[in-house]
Design a protein around this ligand. Structure first.
Ligand code: GLU
Ligand code: ZN
Length: 301
């Protein structure tokens, strides 16, 4: 299998040291394997994506010595494909329309049960308010005025994963994806998860956002498949979300790539770098006269 990976930034701010590490690592791994390194712009959030940030991504990567193969893929040009996938999931009865706002979700989650997690990879775990409401509109049409959430319990049933559980008793535990890097708690190799974890620790995540018609989770799995990605190299902050991605791949009949999650680059106080952290923007280092070699050293490459 040829090695094919990608770097998938959102053009919503300057690239910082954390992005540089991710891009350089993925690029180096691809070149070492004689494989491909692709570039994708995750620009579905058109309220935040800007052409000037795109230009800066190209400039920063070129300066770092990161060259990419083939054309740049832009998610904003692929919205129809995401809608098609949502329609398929909707027609299988795996999605439900949700009209809750953030406040509704907070209020419905106000009295959490002891021992039950309150936050998952997308923040507050959805309390299920709209899950079992009857579909009112023409049931084959996607609602356009609501968010679309995945019915996690039903999706898991449909995926066939429960049948692969090593112990068919409760809790169902099954293999989800292969990891060649490490999760935040040093998880590696074959990553297992459980029904309990998916249903109560992740829950009914949003796959179709009202404002953009899709979501990160849905578009990333479709694009990784369409770009023929064999290895996803990205930060550990996305390790947990990979459970969602591997589930969606099964539901949509897409292959599951091998995942390689890497350490996060932190600032001097140990905090993760954020997009707003301009002090660590690549551009700042460039302008201050640092070299790409300096940046490699700073991130430990
Ligand atoms: N667009 C995501 C980000 O900027 C990366 C997604 C991924 O690598 O799967 O963090
Ligand atoms: Zn709702």
């Amino acid at each position: 299998m040829t090695f094919r990976t990608r770097f998938a930034p959102s053009p919503t701010g300057p690239l910082h040291l954390g992005h540089a590490y991710s891009a350089l690592l993925a690029h180096d791994m691809a070149r070492a394997a004689g494989g491909d390194f692709l570039l994708r712009l995750e620009d579905i959030d058109q309220s935040r994506a800007r052409p000037e940030w795109e230009d800066l991504i190209f400039e920063d990567l070129s300066w770092l010595g990161v060259s990419w193969d083939g054309p740049v893929l832009r998610q904003s040009e692929r919205l129809d494909l995401y809608t098609d996938a949502l329609t398929r999931l909707w027609n299988k009865g795996l999605l439900f329309a949700c009209t809750c706002n953030r406040r509704d979700i907070q209020e419905a989650s106000a009295a959490p049960q002891e021992g039950v997690p309150t936050h998952g990879p997308d923040g507050l775990i959805y309390p299920g308010t709209c899950r079992d409401l009857p579909r009112t509109e023409n049931t084959s049409l996607l609602p356009e005025t609501a968010a679309l959430r995945l019915n996690m319990a039903r999706a898991l049933e449909e995926s066939g994963l429960l049948k692969t559980a090593t112990n068919a008793a409760d809790p169902y535990v099954f293999a989800m994806f292969e990891e060649t890097g490490q999760g935040p708690n040093d998880e590696t190799r074959l990553i297992h998860t459980s029904e309990t974890h998916l249903v109560t620790g992740i829950g009914d995540v949003v796959l179709g956002r009202r404002d953009m018609g899709t979501s990160y989770h849905l578009s990333v799995v479709i694009d990784d498949a369409d770009q023929g990605i064999t290895h996803v190299v990205r930060g550990q902050d996305l390790f947990e979300a990979t459970n969602i991605h591997a589930l969606l791949q099964r539901l949509l009949g897409l292959p599951t790539p091998i995942y390689h999650h890497h350490k996060l680059i932190r600032d001097d106080t140990g905090k993760r770098l954020a997009k707003r952290d301009d002090a660590r923007a690549i551009k700042t280092y460039r302008d201050a006269g640092h070299t790409p070699e300096d940046v490699r050293k700073m991130v430990g490459l």
